[in-house]
Design a protein around this ligand. Structure first.
Ligand code: HEC
Length: 108
């Protein structure tokens, strides 16, 4: 009985740790990191990039705000940076279409 309980505690802890790992997330952003705006295809994101002279932190902040806006409007849906970005920060194949469908509305 005791063993079974501690096992589920362990499983719960691992779940929390995994969640934290996602929130703490990968390589995005340390201040001063630069993005080559010429390589950004998505118009809204390129706009942010140009406006902030390629400052990655500024784009990240805009992305974060858009994701949290979308989450507020769609609380049941799971979405985070990894939904559209690889570990190294590059965009996944679905990123552009999902951005248009989900984030564009909330992206400023
Ligand atoms: C719904 C999809 C989606 C989600 C979720 C998303 N992004 Fe993006 N992100 C994009 C798209 C699309 C681009 C533009 C890619 C392009 O046009 O080349 C982009 C570009 C970026 C860029 C600039 C380009 C680069 O190469 O660095 C950064 C930084 C970025 N995202 C950070 C984040 C962060 C941080 C999060 C989580 C808070 C996040 N994104 C969540 C779709 C998404």
């Amino acid at each position: 009985m005791f063993q079974k309980r501690s096992l589920s505690f362990l499983v719960a802890s691992l779940g929390i740790a995994a969640g934290l790992a996602i929130v703490a997330s990968p390589n995005y952003a340390s201040a001063g990191d630069a993005v080559d705006c010429a390589k950004v295809k998505t118009a809204a994101v390129k706009g942010t990039c140009d406006a902030h002279k390629g400052d990655k932190k500024a784009i990240q902040d805009a992305m974060k705000a858009a994701v949290s806006g979308y989450k507020k409007a769609n609380p049941a849906e799971k979405i985070d940076c990894k939904s559209c970005h690889n570990e190294d920060g590059s965009a996944k194949a679905n990123a552009s279409a999902d951005f248009d469908a989900k984030l564009a509305k909330f992206y400023k």
